[in-house]
Design a protein around this ligand. Structure first.
Ligand code: 26V
Length: 823
């Protein structure tokens, strides 16, 4: 597609001009970072026109808007993606080429916007891309953390975290919007005032601390449609600048406190994934961005509408997990206290405006705030939650007379805690899970009582991913091949067209081409690994990849124990036929998650031993890719042969990495968990490698006290040996204590946790057998190529465009907007 705004001559001139006016340099003199900035500002220039056009169109059409409220947006890099979506990537690449600038190298200068941990944050980013690409009015609402997800270094095999100072060179794509600042208040007390003339009661917050929330807007460029939506992330600053006058007035402490509050709120993303820690600062962060976002949304609505009762016709607040669910009470507060509504009308509006997505059933992720902390920090919001709870409990008693067990199980306030998921379910009109299996588990187990009471709220929205970043940008070779074979590039906005590739599974030449592209991508990854990790790997070996957050339920430990088992086999039977394999890991562990860090160390120790053992002739390699993040993920997915999706069944709500591998032609080696179930349904079980306990079996064991791993340990000599190698010094230079905790976790119940909580030994044999099937299948070159190609061909369902369209049809009911570009 030709894009007149990226006319080469003009673009080149603009880059030159930017280098000059920003840095007083010529292109030849500029550093790569300066070139990145100069190019980005030139791109932003073009984006701004569409951004203005889009917002003007919205003013004209007055479409319904979804506010996607999320503590996390794992955006990755913007430059390349913006160019792709403006359909200007190739033109710009050529223009820069002519100036002697390598676009790839420039892209590498951009730090990832890593304002998220993992799946939940990346899903939010894919959703914004799809919303803009489908032409729906949307805002992402979040926090402009000064430090995003930490950078991971591996030192002596251990994870070391260093701060991610992503803003240090400036973010060329963001716009500071001081004029839309909002005040957010914390703490103090509530004075109740009775107005005799109106007969109304007023609630006045006194002695509070407050901060100013300042929005920064980032453009979200839709694909080839001139739509530019907005990711609005909030920075904090003190209301009263730290001034001498305050000092003179004796407010010195207050001024310092306000300054500190503002600074600490947005300082850093909590690097926990799936683990609730009950930190006060985290609750402050939640209320801070939710309050600012809702205030802004209500103010925007009021600019053009007079009747707030019709808010639900124009606005939905979609709550990304429980983190922003204080939104329910904050919207109530605004309607009651600031708009002077009665409870019933405010409640009617709120419960038609808020909707909730659940992303995990892991009990340790459930947010339950201690009431004393919560009520101290948010006194008025807490009062409102008390009233929501009081009325809800009356309803439970009406529906289940005499059943106080129901009240205990379902109340929002219970056991001195505020249960945020319950608030979200009661205060919203929709509750959705993120894959079919996950939604069924929610309905039948975790949220069963709520489902029985309000079945119509529950619905499933199977996750998806954007093919624009994860194929078109991340895997240009395959993207071009797909376009050529389909005879159209329409798959970029209509991924179901991929099924047109299916006949090629019978076309020997096409299969060879497909695998040749895979090989080239493996060479690209091998080069990356050599440069960044100093390990040389053979692109002819099977690239077997597990990249995701480190968590026990995701079972990286199962994977590495199996590597240890293979190593034993190769050593013991050197003559045995064995197809060379490279096991690739990438994972960050939460800083305080000790066991996860032990697993990282173990992977690196095994890598050390295996990679340096000349006697195995390079048959086995193990690589731990440092600092796994969105930008290197794009390279990794493109190069994978095998997609490891081996979570304990029932634990992984959906997974989205699984879809990115599939898109790039890597068959799944996995359990029947999360969206794997639907992947297998699409591609056919013969094109995946499925093993292990089912979710029903796992849940059954869990309900009956677990299983006995010691029996397996005693009866299976291979497993026995591998488990013993954790404590016999094989991978720890003789240190028998280094991995004792991992050993114990597999065999002993401890501290309330069952032995082998995640069924690693139980599934080990089935996993090893599945791995054997992978090897056999890979040896059949053409058979493998077929499987790989069919994965790409059958991935249509897993585009986030499909997911977003389902959200629109069933939950949001947004109107499509068409933007005419300003030329
Ligand atoms: C939860 C918590 C709990 C409280 C403290 C900090 C914190 C930070 C992040 C989270 C999110 C955990 C939930 C999550 O990321 N779930 C993942 O969501 C993906 C998108 O729906 C899904 O594909 C993954 O299976 C699911 O684990």
């Amino acid at each position: 597609m030709y894009n007149p705004r990226f006319d080469k001559k003009t673009f080149k001139k603009e880059v030159k001009n930017n280098v000059k006016s920003l840095y007083r340099k010529t292109v030849e003199e500029a550093t790569p970072q300066q070139l990145f900035q100069a190019v980005s500002f030139a791109v932003k220039e073009a984006i701004i026109d569409d951004w203005i056009a889009t917002q003007n169109q919205y003013k004209k059409d007055d479409p319904k808007i979804v506010y996607y409220m999320s503590m996390e947006f794992l955006m990755g890099r913007a430059l390349g993606n913006n160019l792709i979506n403006m359909t200007a990537y190739k033109e710009v690449q050529e223009a820069l080429d002519e100036m002697g600038i390598d676009l790839n190298a420039i892209e590498d200068e951009e730090p990832d916007a890593a304002l998220g941990n993992g799946g939940l944050g990346r899903l939010a980013a894919c959703f914004l891309d799809s919303l803009a690409s489908l032409g729906y009015a949307a805002y992402g609402c979040g926090i402009r953390y000064k430090y995003g997800m930490f950078k991971q270094k591996i030192e002596d095999g251990y994870q070391v975290e260093t701060p991610d100072n992503w803003l240090k060179d400036g973010n060329p794509f963001e716009l500071r919007r001081e004029e839309y600042a909002k005040e957010v208040r914390f703490g103090g007390n509530i004075r109740v005032e009775y107005d005799v003339t109106t007969g109304k009661t007023h609630f006045v917050q006194e002695n509070y601390e407050s901060v100013m929330a300042i929005p920064y807007d980032m453009p979200i460029v839709g694909y080839g449609n001139h739509v530019v939506n907005t990711l609005r992330i909030w920075d904090a600053k003190a209301i009263v600048d730290f001034q001498l006058e305050s000092f003179d007035r004796g407010d010195y402490h207050k001024a310092v406190e306000q300054e500190n509050l503002a600074k600490t709120i947005v300082e850093v993303l909590y690097p926990n994934d799936n683990h609730y820690a009950g930190k006060e600062l985290r609750l402050k962060q939640q209320y801070f961005f939710v309050s600012a976002s809702i205030q802004a949304a209500v103010a925007k609505y009021k600019k053009t509408h007079s009747d707030l009762h019709k808010l639900p016709e124009k606005v939905t607040f979609q709550m990304n997990d429980t983190h922003p669910t204080v939104a329910v009470a904050e919207l109530m507060r605004i309607l009651l206290d600031e708009e002077n509504m009665e409870w019933d009308e405010a409640w009617e509006i709120t419960t038609k405006t808020c909707a909730y997505t659940n992303h995990t059933i892991m009990s340790e992720a459930l947010e339950k705030w201690p009431i004393d902390l919560f009520s101290r920090l948010l006194p008025r919001v807490y009062q409102i939650i008390q009233e929501i709870d009081r009325r809800f409990v009356i309803k439970i008693r009406e529906m289940y007379p005499g059943n106080e067990e129901k009240v205990r199980k379902m109340a929002i306030l219970y056991n001195n805690q505020v249960r945020m998921a319950h608030l979200a379910i009661v205060g919203g009109f929709s509750v959705n899970g993120v894959a079919r299996l996950h939604t069924e588990i929610l309905k039948q187990q975790e949220l069963r009582d709520f489902y029985e009471m309000m079945p119509s709220k529950f619905n499933n929205k199977t996750n998806g991913i954007t093919q624009r970043r994860f194929l078109k940008h991340g895997n240009p070779l395959l993207a071009d091949w797909v376009t050529e074979k389909l005879g159209t590039e329409d798959w970029v906005t209509n991924l179901s067209l991929m099924e047109g590739l299916k006949p090629l599974a019978e076309d020997t030449k096409a299969l060879a081409e497909f695998m040749d592209i895979k090989y080239k991508n493996k060479e690209r990854l091998a080069k990356y690994i050599l440069e960044h990790n100093g390990v040389s790997v053979d692109p002819r070996s099977i690239f077997d990849v597990q990249v995701k957050r480190l968590h026990e339920y995701k079972r990286q430990l199962l994977n590495i124990l199996h590597v240890m088992y293979l190593y034993n086999q190769i050593k013991e039977h050197p003559e045995m036929s064995f197809y060379p394999r490279t096991f690739i890991f990438g994972a960050k562990a939460s800083a305080g998650y000790i066991r996860a860090k032990e697993i990282i160390k173990l992977i690196n120790s095994v890598a050390d031993v295996v990679n340096n053992d000349r006697s195995i002739n390079g048959k086995l390699k193990v690589v731990f890719i440092e600092d796994y993040r969105v930008s290197n993920a794009e390279i990794i997915f493109a190069a994978a042969d095998v997609s490891e999706q081996i979570s304990t069944a029932s634990k992984e709500a959906s997974g989205t990495g699984n879809m990115k591998f599939m898109l790039n032609g890597a068959p799944t080696l996995g359990t029947m968990d999360g969206a794997n179930v639907e992947i297998v349904e699409e591609v056919g079980i013969e094109n995946a490698f499925i093993f292990g306990l089912s979710s029903d079996e796992v849940i059954n064991y869990e309900n009956n006290g677990g299983y006995n791993p010691v029996e397996i340990y005693n009866n299976d000599p291979d497993i026995h040996r591998v488990v013993d190698q954790l404590i016999d010094g094989t991978y720890s230079n003789g240190d028998t204590e280094m991995y004792r905790d991992l050993y114990n976790s597999l065999l002993k119940a401890q501290g309330g946790a069952r032995a082998d909580m995640y069924f690693i030994l139980k599934d080990f044999r089935a996993y090893a057998d599945a791995q054997k099937r992978v090897e056999e299948a890979y040896k059949d070159t053409e058979g493998w190529a077929k499987k790989a190609l069919l994965n790409t061909a059958c991935c249509g369902k897993f585009t986030s465009d499909r997911t977003i369209q389902e959200y629109v049809d069933d939950i949001w009911h947004l109107d499509k907007v068409k933007v005419e570009p300003i030329i």
